[in-house]
Design a protein around this ligand. Structure first.
Ligand SMILES: Cc1ncc(COP(=O)(O)O)c(C=O)c1O
Length: 456
């Protein structure tokens, strides 16, 4: 029974709880507080990468070490990690085969701007896992998406990229757009140092709207549709049944490439969401966890796309392609990729993660139902999102409407003070191979306790 009395969360209770949790954090994390003060001397916003300041803590949590699904912080607290480096450590922190492969390779060369004796086997593993025959490597998923867009424009001779409202594909200019109420593409207002009007090269349409995709593609100027198989960066918005198949057909009919960014949706199952669903994209991108969390990403493509890439490169004058970076496909990354694909990201490992994720979803559903709050849990394999709305959102606008920053920040801090880490910016939970039933009960119990504290 969903409560309609409007007292959950009760604003005054939430504010009082949040204030108490801020104090509790400072009192129980003296070393993190001290380290944050030292960091402030040298780092912009006091952190080595400025997003690290966006966690809901009054002073940034400092990690002593991370292993499996556990972090130990600078104050010696053991924390059950449901954030897992926002997917980079989705298969656990420092998976043993990857850590060993890195250690062995580290003693034998880190980078040479040459392939290694492992590259052929890594190529075979990528093709086997993701079902596409041809591959390239980069240092990050942002780079992979950036390079794929460049290739798509080069081989189609078309200027535009189509993305979906609410998308995030990394720090890729072409994708950092919003959709105005009248459907126009807007350069995202928060971007720093942006000088180009992104509307010149990008079209943005609502997710799950196949008619809008078709209308945009009919103009004949779109080189590729770049999408995640579900939007995972504005809450979680799954594709409606048949939507991605529709988009795939529309791409084929209009001669544009379908690029699936599986960086987050490899949580769905072995080979990623597209493979699980039987899609046939022209290109896929996988980053973050693909080499166990080492900086590395890959993009894979069909033989047909490969032939067109080769033709485009041959047709261009000699010189910089604008694609690739010096450290891409370095020796260390190849070693980590091989270990991760062969020994960690296996169907058997996925089976365990998915079973525990289903259990977490079910237990959270029970707690939500018992509290009677209009919240929902949306799950994509080992990834799920607790959303402050009664039904799973169908597009980014609905997902954004469900966000509630004060509630989210208070919840995250409350959980962290009880040894449970969830992803900042939204309520994403990831289940690692090491996440056990007792970890799940601990999280579910804490969410239930939070609800009883904030509901009048
Ligand atoms: C779907 C997706 N693609 C690409 C990226 C970019 O990854 P990175 O920041 O590792 O370059 C992200 C980052 O969150 C992402 O969510």
């Amino acid at each position: 029974m969903i409560r309609t009395d409007g007292h959950c969360p009760d604003r005054a209770r939430l504010a009082a709880l949040h204030a108490a949790e801020l104090t509790r954090y400072v009192e129980t994390h003296p070393r993190s507080v001290a380290l944050a003060a030292e960091d402030a001397r040298h780092y912009l916003f006091g952190v080595p990468m400025h997003w690290m300041r966006d966690w809901p803590t009054p002073a940034t949590l400092h990690v002593e070490h991370a292993l499996g699904n556990r972090l130990v912080d600078a104050d010696g607290h053991e924390i059950v990690d449901f954030c897992l480096g926002d997917t980079g450590a989705m298969f656990g922190h420092s998976p043993e085969p990857v850590a060993q492969a890195i250690a062995r390779q580290a003693a034998q060369g880190l980078t040479a701007m040459l392939p290694s004796v492992r590259s052929a086997e890594v190529g075979r593993l990528l093709a086997h896992t993701f079902g596409l025959p041809r591959w390239q490597m980069t240092l990050s998923a942002s780079d992979a998406n950036r390079f794929v867009i460049r290739w798509a424009r080069a081989i189609t001779g078309r200027p535009k990229v189509l993305v979906f409202d609410g998308c995030y594909h990394g720090t890729v200019d072409d994708t950092l757009v919003d959709r105005a109420g009248d459907g126009r593409t807007l350069t995202r207002a928060s971007l720093l140092g942006q000088v180009h009007d992104l509307a010149l090269g990008t079209v943005v349409v609502p997710f799950n709207d196949a008619a809008a995709v078709r209308a945009a593609l009919a103009r004949g100027d779109v080189a590729c549709v770049l999408t995640e198989p579900a939007l995972t960066n504005c809450g979680l918005v799954p594709a409606r049944p048949g939507f991605l198949e529709d988009v795939q057909r529309a791409c084929a009919e209009h001669g544009c490439l379908l690029v699936l960014d599986e960086t987050h949706t490899i949580s769905s199952g072995w080979g990623g969401q597209g493979r699980q669903q039987g899609l046939q994209p022209d290109v896929i991108v996988v980053g973050k966890a693909v080499a166990g969390g080492l900086p590395c990403a890959v993009y894979g493509f069909t033989e047909a796309v490969d032939a067109r890439m080769q033709a485009a490169k041959r047709a261009a004058p000699d010189g910089h392609s604008g694609i690739g970076t010096t450290l891409s496909a370095n020796l260390l990354a190849l070693a980590a990729l091989q270990a991760q694909l062969a020994e960690v990201m296996t169907p058997a490992v996925y089976a365990g993660m998915l079973a525990h994720a289903a259990l977490l979803e079910q237990r959270l559903d029970e707690v939500i139902a018992a509290a009677g709050v209009p919240w929902t849990v949306t799950r994509l394999g080992a990834r799920m999102e607790l959303q402050f709305c009664a039904v799973t959102p169908a597009d980014a606008a609905a997902a954004r409407a469900a966000m509630n920053a004060p509630l989210e920040q208070a919840l995250h801090l409350y959980l962290l003070n009880r040894g449970l880490l969830v992803t900042p910016f939204h309520n994403m939970l990831l289940v690692a191979p090491q996440t056990g039933a007792s970890d799940i009960e601990r999280l579910v119990g804490a969410v239930g306790a939070f609800l009883s504290e904030v509901c009048a």
